[in-house]
Write a protein that binds this ligand. Structure first.
Ligand SMILES: N[C@@H](CCC(=O)N[C@@H](CS)C(=O)NCC(=O)O)C(=O)O
Length: 205
């Protein structure tokens, strides 16, 4: 089976998938795509398979998979890993993925992008609204992880990979990690398979 993952080190969405493959020990070829360049300049095979010209795009034996959460579910169910080993683990993964996409994976990338661009293009009040959402999301983070080391319990699953996507960039988003969140970040960084963003998608590869 041949897996090819298109991504970029600035894309938390792409890193979610790269991390899942590395944690599960599934070999893949990483292909760097310039997400800041004009979309039409991206590789032809990428444009043909990614409907919005977005990363991540995962090709499994040439079959395209898009949308980070959907790709994580594909990996988890197809290979029986990261929660996909049991019905309960998969249900937990689905719930975490939906929460991440609607909540913490919405406000953090927006806050980070606003900080990167000097808040340009964000109407007045937007950042206040996003920070307010983050206050709620960080409290939900605490409730979801509870006393467990990972969101899936004693070992990480697709939910941890999804939440890692943008929580790893929390300082760039200009908000503070809670102590529980910081402990989880520190724990995640020690995992076999964890890498710095540029190591997941080395530029020009
Ligand atoms: N909902 C998508 C979001 C993907 C996304 O926003 N990708 C961004 C990078 S983080 C991208 O490829 N941007 C390039 C562009 O829009 O031209 C997912 O979860 O995969």
């Amino acid at each position: 089976m041949e897996l090819v993952l298109y991504g970029h080190p600035e894309s938390g969405h792409a890193i979610k998938v790269a991390l899942a493959l590395d944690l599960a020990g599934i070999p893949y070829q990483a292909v760097w795509v310039d997400i800041w360049a004009e979309p039409s300049s991206r590789p032809a095979e990428f444009l043909a398979a990614s409907p919005f010209a977005e990363v991540p795009l995962l090709l499994i034996d040439g079959q395209p998979f898009v949308q980070s959460g959907a790709i994580l579910l594909e990996i988890s169910t197809r290979f029986g890993v990261l929660g996909g080993e049991t019905a309960k683990g998969l249900r937990r993964g689905r719930e975490l993925l939906m929460w991440e996409a609607n909540r913490i994976g919405m406000c953090l990338p927006q806050l980070r992008y606003a900080a990167m661009t000097g808040n340009q293009g964000y109407p007045q009040g937007t950042l206040q609204w996003l920070r307010h959402r983050y206050t709620t999301d960080s409290a939900s983070f605490e409730r979801l992880i509870g006393d467990h080391p990972y969101f899936h319990g004693v070992s990480p699953g697709i939910g941890d990979c999804a939440i890692w996507g943008y929580v790893q960039f929390i300082e760039e988003a200009g908000v503070q990690a809670t102590p529980t969140m910081q402990a989880w970040i520190d724990r995640m960084r020690t995992l076999d398979g964890m890498k710095a963003p540029v190591a997941f998608f080395p530029s020009g590869q």
